[in-house]
Design a protein around this ligand. Sequence first.
Ligand code: DP6
Length: 336
Amino acid sequence: MISSAAAHPNLAFVKYWGQRDARLNLPANGSISVNLSGVVTTTTVMFDPNLAEDTIRINDRPPDRVTHDRVVAHLDRVRALAGLAAPARVVSANDFPASIGLASSASAFAALSLAATRAAGLTLSERDLAILARKGSGSACRSVPEGFVEWLKGEDDRSSYARSLAPVDHWDMRVVSVAFRDRLKLVTSLEGHRAAPTSPFYRARLASVTDRLDRVRTAILGRDLEALGIMAEREAASLHAVAMTSQVVTKPWMSGIYYLEPGTLDLIRRVHRWRAGGLPVYFTLDAGPTVHLLCETLYLDEVKARLTNFAEAYDVRLITSRPARGAWLTAESGKA
Ligand code: DP6
């Protein structure tokens, strides 16, 4: 069978930062996100006994060694589930340039999990698919269900999965992602997760995150942008406070992890000014300089108009998203 699947990246309002189990990608805390319609990864998988080894192409070229090994390890998980030995041919593409800081592995591992399991003749439940995707990249489990999604911290492999909190049409909000071009990441999310416990603020973050999960869940269910936005900004600050005060073991020359660019701070301050002037717009950040602006549809044009000035000062790309569906099959053919 040859199967193709697609998935969107997701944006966390309460972040996944730090792990309890690095092998299984069990998170230190639960998290809540929304799938972003503005970008999509599509992946096709076919298991073929005639191949000598797994053959992987991402955006029309072979991936780097680390990515290659991560994909092969994921295919091994699928082979183990299906009792298969055959190598696979994997072709994956993002509909956005990889260098803009939105090339999340979340959409990639969500799409790969669905395409590879179907190509192996398996039909997993949404929960099992999320568990599988989580092992490829933690945040990928949140790209499997639709709309607004909560990843339950859980106790073990079976209980740490993602489920939809509210469907796509629950809330017509918008996310404008302001991505700085050509910024290479010095520290990966994986290194960030590992370094997090070395920060003296990590424990404080974990002690306060349950309260923020409750508030964000309630804000989403009640479509309360102000409550959601303030919590999302505090979460972003909490992640970056931990990052800036944590030590990457393999990079002793770094006193802490700085993901922000000058433009990131500039935009944060503009957002606060815009809000003081009555425009309801909020931001969040991930492990990178990209600023994601949150607003109601009614204010989208005004937000974009204000960004015109900013876009003249910095080399940025804007991507507008609405809440999006979970991972889906795009094509299937042949027999298993
Ligand atoms: C900052 O371990 O899921 O985006 O390295 O891309 O696999 P990859 O990321 P992952 O960590 C993502 C961390 C985060 C916050 C979040 O999405 O919750």
